[in-house]
Design a protein around this ligand. Structure first.
Ligand code: SF4
Length: 203
């Protein structure tokens, strides 16, 4: 990815009141997170291969207070744990795609990842590899669907895309992409922070 394209994306994100940063690599992204989120903060994460690849949990296990669903939780306890994400000091996730014009595209199944992104936590931090940048909305939507198909394949879901790698706009119970969200602007300036990492991360 050309650095010019990344810089242009960051400028456009900022115009939309997202606080946007560039980190050369995973290590710089970790340092930036340490600057942005005070020690002892309560944090929650939306499922993310990118966060796994930067070693988020291992790096921050002792620095932050993780809001997680406890092992062996009953359905009611699990529901309460997921609802607690809405009051986290900081909510972390990645993006499925970010367009050069500064919009962020997400798809989700149960919506437990996108819901706290939209409303709740005081701070939302999106960590995205440079590979998430898409030239325009059409390319972003293509990317989002390709990611959904790949996720289904990896996780062995009973969806047609897991078989052939193409989206069929399926109507099966195991559909993984039920909600599509586009962030066009952050009404609260800087509530949503975007760290673009100069490496390919996630899928
Ligand atoms: S709509 Fe169905 S087929 Fe298309 S990507 Fe989502 S799960 Fe796969």
């Amino acid at each position: 990815m050309e650095r010019n394209t990344i810089d242009q994306t960051i400028r456009n994100l900022r115009e939309r009141q997202f606080e946007a940063f560039f980190a050369d690599n995973k290590e710089k992204a970790i340092s930036l997170i340490e600057e942005l989120v005070p020690q002892g903060s309560s944090v929650a994460c939306g499922g993310s291969e990118t966060l796994r690849e930067i070693g988020f949990n291992e790096k921050f296990r002792d620095r932050f207070r993780f809001l997680e669903t406890p092992a062996g939780a009953s359905p009611q306890e699990a529901k309460e744990a997921i609802r607690a994400r809405f009051s986290a000091d900081a909510f972390f996730l990645s993006a499925n795609a970010i367009t050069v014009d500064g919009r962020i595209f997400q798809e989700d199944g149960a919506s437990t990842r996108v819901a706290p992104m939209i409303y709740g936590p005081d701070s939302v931090i999106i960590v995205a590899g440079q590979n998430k940048i898409a030239e325009n909305e059409a390319k972003a939507r293509q990317r989002v669907k390709a990611v959904a198909c790949e996720n289904c394949r990896r996780r062995g879901f009973a969806t047609p895309c897991a078989e052939d790698g193409h989206c069929h706009d399926c109507r099966v119970p195991g559909r993984s992409c039920c909600t599509s969200v586009t962030l066009n602007f952050s009404r609260i300036p800087g509530r949503i922070k975007v760290i673009i990492v100069g490496e390919d991360l996630g899928i």
